[in-house]
Write a protein that binds this ligand. Structure first.
Ligand code: X2X
Length: 333
């Protein structure tokens, strides 16, 4: 793990307190890792779930939580999950798409308008379609997604008010073909940078902007290195909770059930956490010095509709996935 990858980490290499008293005794000592800061609801809710799982299994299961890219980048951890070096991993569907292409379908630009469209889709047929694709890659995806959030656009200098302001804009995007394609189609110059290196990249002006949900901006303190935030709402993003199938299925089914139920329950609580944060973070981020710009999100969408973006991604995802997406959010192009 490089030094910059540890920005925002608590202590390098140390797991958050999970079920520590019983740790030595646990029969199944499992690792859950992800890139998000330790105090993001993804991690606070998993620490809580880990304790519940430990109690409900009579101490047989101990899930340690490794937040903040402590075990590497998203790409590193996806490999670790596949070989069983980690047991559980939460990752944006768009990044998991480097392995399971259709997992990016939930992140199509300007598709979901609000959570009332998101949750029925990802808890329903669209989500099931993606879960089945993960299974074919031998990865078990739990059926409740966790929330990252609707993504907004920040900048250190340039004010992004209209699509024209994105022209040539050097914006950091996560390493994922759909993200690069989306921002190229909007006229920007996207550069792929792992999350753990993003704060430093903005600080040193390797990139001039960022696109992220409010919670990510807040917990990773991106307001320290960005000035403006435009409410572009250009996509919704969520985390799939993934397990190494072989390691998971090696446990007795009664334990598998406890873990599955607890993790899915934690996901639903985490969604509510993020929704609460969405309501309060504008004020909190403004107080930290970030200037909010209310922009006409529809103008950005029209710009995207004028490009090849939707045509191209419909072909990539296939008719079935595209129809399931449009059934949830309406016609896209
Ligand atoms: O890398 C990001 O920007 C993040 C943290 O939002 C994702 O998980 C895609």
């Amino acid at each position: 793990v490089s030094g910059t990858a540890l920005v925002g980490a608590t202590l390098a290499g140390s797991a958050l307190a999970g079920a520590s008293p019983a740790r030595a005794a646990a029969e199944y000592r499992l690792k859950f890792a992800n890139i998000m800061p330790a105090d993001h609801p993804l991690n606070t809710r998993m620490v809580e779930a880990s304790r519940a799982i430990n109690e409900q299994t009579g101490g047989r299961v101990d899930i340690q939580v490794f937040p903040a890219s402590q075990l590497g980048t998203d790409a590193d951890m996806l490999s670790q999950l596949r070989i069983g070096a980690i047991d559980f991993f939460a990752q944006s569907g768009l990044i998991a798409a480097t392995l399971v292409p259709v997992a990016a379908v939930t992140g199509v630009g300007f598709a979901f308008k609000d959570y009332a469209q998101v949750w029925p889709a990802v808890d329903g047929a669209l989500g099931k379609h993606v879960v089945e694709a993960f299974a074919k890659a031998n990865i078990l995806a739990f059926d409740r997604m966790w929330d990252n959030g609707f993504r907004q656009t920040t900048s250190s200098a340039r004010e992004i008010k209209t699509p024209d302001d994105l022209q040539g804009f050097k914006i950091r995007v996560p390493p994922s073909p759909l993200w690069t394609s989306l921002f190229k189609s909007l006229g920007a110059s996207p550069t792929s940078i792992p999350w753990g290196e993003t704060y430093a990249a903005l600080q040193t002006r390797v990139a001039d902007g960022l696109e992220n949900p409010l919670a990510g901006i807040y917990f990773a303190k991106m307001y320290e290195v960005q000035k403006n935030l435009s409410l572009t709402n250009h996509m919704w993003d969520g985390f799939w909770f993934l397990a190494n199938r072989k390691r998971f299925e090696a446990m007795p089914s009664s334990i598998q059930e406890i873990v599955t139920r607890s993790v899915n329950e934690a996901a639903v609580k985490q969604r509510a956490d993020v929704e609460r944060l969405n309501a309060s973070l504008r004020a909190d981020l403004t107080a930290k010095g970030l200037r909010f710009l209310d922009v006409d999100s529809a103008a950005f969408r029209r710009k995207l509709q004028g490009s090849d973006f939707y045509r191209e991604w419909k072909v990539k995802f296939g008719d079935q996935a595209w129809e399931l997406l449009e059934a949830s959010c309406g016609r896209l192009a």
